[in-house]
Design a protein around this ligand. Structure first.
Ligand SMILES: NC(=O)c1ccc[n+]([C@@H]2O[C@H](COP(=O)([O-])OP(=O)(O)OC[C@H]3O[C@@H](n4cnc5c(N)ncnc54)[C@H](OP(=O)(O)O)[C@@H]3O)[C@@H](O)[C@H]2O)c1
Length: 317
């Protein structure tokens, strides 16, 4: 496998592949030879590549790519990799819009390669634990998910400069970067919301800094909020008529607390290691090796991205 992008997340991904024996990162790609070489050496990757991405993709030395570039580039890079017959694991959000992802799914299917979004929390065993506890809550009435983490790169924006993660041209912004960690589990647990209202806080000359959605489902209401310009340690919550489940972190559930109507309190320390990129990496390796149909995973991504599209549309109202 080759990696595309040389930021911290690629470093973390490579470290995580130590837990996934089927994945062997053999090439680190960067736009510049100097960065590719330095990054490969620092991360124990035996090979490096630079220059036109198509040259790397034409090589028989790799069978897959991990794409961790700015969001706006995912579609173009994944499309080129798929056309070259490479399996693709692409960072979240797979693409800025559902239509772009649908296009990639069709291309991957036609070419017979695996396309998977690295949406780390929905593959995390902590999320499976959340799902397992849901029936104990009774009829679900309220859901509240949140991810608010002030970005160090916001200081660059405040200084009047542009940076990818806040750049609309790079499909940056809080919804696509952090909101997706709330929307993916929401849609996975409860489906696409039949209706929603949403608002965002646009930053001058930049993308959205924060936002929130109120989504209506038959019989219950869900809210989700995200921010890259403020921070919060408030946990996420699912409330049913028989109890409430508190989730310490929606991007990596590690501590769950169940309070039941009958007074029962259950504290679940899951003891799952962080970071949590290994779980979707394992899923990717499994899909490639087994030839299993990746459609259920891709449908999950499509549904999430459709909801993200609807939120963006509502914010523009
Ligand atoms: N799963 C997670 O926990 C997690 C965490 C952080 C980020 N992410 C995701 O990872 C992706 C990258 O995010 P990031 O914040 O790391 O992005 P970034 O730092 O802005 O860019 C990542 C890499 O992409 C390349 N790049 C940057 N600008 C480019 C451009 N204009 N054209 C082509 N390549 C460019 C750079 O590599 P070279 O200059 O070496 O080519 C850079 O190291 C995003 O999709 C993000 O959502 C996921």
């Amino acid at each position: 496998m080759a990696t595309i992008g040389t930021s911290t997340i690629t470093h973390t991904f490579i470290a995580e592949t130590a837990e996934v024996p089927e994945i062997d990162v053999t090439v680190a790609y960067s736009r510049t030879a100097e960065r590719a070489q330095t990054f490969a050496a620092a991360n124990g990757v035996p090979g490096w590549a630079a220059g036109p991405l198509d040259d790397l993709l034409a090589s028989d030395a790799i069978d897959a790519v991990y794409i961790a570039s700015p969001n706006a580039l995912h579609h173009r890079q994944a499309q080129a990799a798929i056309a070259a017959g490479k399996h693709v694991l692409v960072e979240k959000p797979a693409t800025p819009t559902a239509a772009e992802f649908a296009d990639l799914v069709a291309a991957a299917h036609a070419r017979g390669v695996v396309l998977l979004e690295g949406m780390r929390n929905v593959y995390d065993p902590g999320f499976a634990a959340v799902r397992d506890l849901l029936p104990r809550l009774g009829t679900i009435r309220r859901v509240s998910f949140g991810y608010q983490q002030r970005s160090a790169r916001y200081d660059i924006v405040l200084a009047g400069e542009q940076v990818n993660i806040f750049d609309p041209a790079m499909a940056g912004g809080a919804l696509l970067d952090l909101g997706v960690y709330c929307i993916a589990p929401l849609v996975d647990l409860f489906g696409e919301p039949p209706s929603l209202v949403a608002r965002s806080i646009p930053l001058p000359g930049a993308a959205d800094g924060a936002g929130a959605v109120l989504a209506s489902y038959p019989g219950f209401i869900a809210d989700a909020s995200w921010s890259k310009i403020t921070f919060s340690h408030r946990p996420s919550e699912i409330q049913g008529e028989l109890g409430t489940l508190t989730i310490d972190h929606i991007a990596a559930p590690r501590t769950l607390h169940l309070t039941l109507l009958d007074g029962t309190e259950e504290h679940h320390e899951l003891g799952i290691p962080r970071p949590n990129l290994r779980y979707h990496a394992r899923r990717f390796a499994h899909l490639v090796a087994s030839g299993d149909d990746p459609s259920p995973d891709q449908t999950r991504t499509l549904r999430t991205l459709r909801t993200m599209d609807a939120i963006r549309l509502a914010c523009a109202d």
